[in-house]
Ligand binder design. Structure first.
Ligand SMILES: NC(=O)c1ccc[n+]([C@@H]2O[C@H](COP(=O)([O-])OP(=O)(O)OC[C@H]3O[C@@H](n4cnc5c(N)ncnc54)[C@H](O)[C@@H]3O)[C@@H](O)[C@H]2O)c1
Length: 436
């Protein structure tokens, strides 16, 4: 049992704290957002993540998981302080480190005993050294500490399983003993542990996310070529994916990536390269292809409707991916804004992101379910591949629409089947089946 302070109760911090509590440690999770902490103390979670609410309750009841806004409380008796605050995109594409800085300064001001500071946030290469400089310079009196980088690889929607069964744990530090102590915390997870230096660990995280984003942009580029040549990208991806050197994951063509990580992380890596006088042309192409997918999809809608002005367009799925309520850089936002700017009435529905959507999608008529979205719509766009959209009653959907047009941004449906039902159906890269 270790005493761990986790700073930030967002997607990463809350999952990290709760999972470490579940492994038998004593966790104090801290956030500067007083409302989030007050709600957590009432059992109300700030985010949606499958299975998390139950796990939080279990560990609070067992006395292993506490929430506070006070650094002095959180750091009292702490062996480790995990920084899990946001690192959003800055004005020039760089990672904005203001929250990391504030957290480091607060740790320095409130630590009373030797501490291992573990950086879970995704931060530019060199940030671990920078955090150490901040803590050293802001301590009222010198107290020994070490900084260890432990980047997080969980994915929203499967975060608990990802945390408990990671593909690997990456640890970076200039101090092997400190890294070994953080490794001990992770031993129950029985995953390979890579111990390296701080900067290399920080780079592993960026390189991993950039690679996954590249796979998606790659298959989207292939999809667009498939569409022109009459091949079906879903079959192409399946055929490619059996090759173990390629693998099937992240080869789903569609609206591309969004969310809280890939967009900002690929841009931040490109920014780091640019600052060093490098020319990150692959990363730039990966970004460009991704955002082009959203425009191409609107183009397909215009093809079907001639104009979207005065038309009613329904968005199915608003979160950036299924099983989360996260809408940061969700394609649905850009689609809704573009359609509204062109004079369309936009309706939308998401199984869990409706509260977030209410804040982010002004003017969009939020509906109770997919069928209400379909009612009197001129077209539906599938934005998120939620399971509940996979087996909709399409006869009912078609009957209630003004025009039977579906633009499928996630390739959920079989083009031939939908065309046989009388839909004008467009997917992404579905070859000669794509001209409904
Ligand atoms: N969300 C993901 O899927 C994911 C996956 C891997 C890595 N990451 C990385 O983890 C980090 C956190 O991401 P997230 O999605 O959990 O962010 P988030 O926005 O969901 O949560 C961040 C939390 O930190 C709090 N905070 C900000 N400054 C603080 C401070 N000084 N002291 C205490 N709390 C503070 C905020 O109030 C917020 O609750 C980012 O660097 C992100 O890139 C995220």
């Amino acid at each position: 049992m270790k005493n761990i302070c986790v700073i930030g109760v967002g997607y990463v911090g809350l999952v990290t704290g709760t999972c470490f509590a579940d492994l038998g440690n004593r966790i104090t999770a801290l956030d500067i957002n007083a409302e989030r902490i007050a709600n957590l103390n009432k059992g109300i979670l700030p985010i949606y993540e499958p299975g998390l609410e139950e796990m939080v309750k279990r560990n609070v009841t067992a006395g292993r998981l506490h929430f506070t806004t006070e650094y002095s409380t959180a750091l009292r008796d702490a062996d480790f302080a995990f920084i899990a605050v946001g690192t959003p995109e800055g004005v020039d594409g760089e990672a904005d480190l203001q929250y990391v800085r504030t957290a480091a300064e607060a740790i320095a001001a409130h630590m009373t005993a030797p501490l291992i500071i573990v950086n879970k946030s995704t931060v530019p290469v060199g940030t671990g050294d920078w955090v150490a400089d901040i803590v050293r310079s802001k301590q009222p009196k010198p107290i020994p500490f070490n900084v260890v980088s432990c980047p997080e690889f969980l994915a929203e929607g499967t975060a608990l399983a990802d945390f408990m069964n990671p593909g690997r744990t990456v640890l970076g530090s200039l101090d092997r003993d400190a890294a070994a102590k953080v490794a001990d915390l992770h031993l129950p997870l029985r995953a390979p542990i890579v111990i390296t230096d701080l900067r290399t660990a920080e780079m592993i995280k960026y390189a991993s996310n950039a690679f996954l984003a590249t796979k998606i942009s790659f298959i989207n580029e292939i999809a667009n070529i498939c569409e022109a040549l009459g091949a079906d990208v879903k079959e192409v991806a399946a055929g490619m994916g059996y090759d173990p050197r390629i693998g099937r994951h992240f080869l789903n063509a569609g609206l591309g990536w969004g969310g809280s990580c890939f967009p900002k992380d690929v841009k931040a890596l490109a920014h780091m390269a640019n600052v060093q006088g490098k020319h990150p042309q692959l990363l730039q192409a990966v970004i460009d292809i991704n955002y082009d997918q959203r425009r191409l999809l609107i183009g397909k809608l215009r093809d079907q409707l001639t104009t979207v002005n005065g038309k009613t367009i329904g968005l199915l799925g608003l979160a950036f991916k299924p099983n989360t309520d996260d809408m940061r850089d969700a394609p649905s936002i850009e689609l809704a804004q573009t359609l509204q700017a062109e004079g369309a009435l936009v309706k939308g529905y998401d199984p869990v992101a409706m509260t977030v959507a209410g804040r982010l999608l002004p003017g969009v008529r939020l509906c109770e379910d997919a069928y209400e979205v379909a009612q009197d719509s001129d077209a539906l766009i599938i934005c998120t591949e939620w399971n509940e959209f996979k087996q909709l009653d399409l006869v009912r959907v078609k009957r209630s629409m003004k025009q039977p047009v579906i633009v499928d941004g996630r390739n959920l449906y079989d083009p031939a089947h939908l065309q046989k039902m009388g839909f004008h159906y467009r997917g992404v890269g579905r070859g000669y089946n794509n001209k409904g």
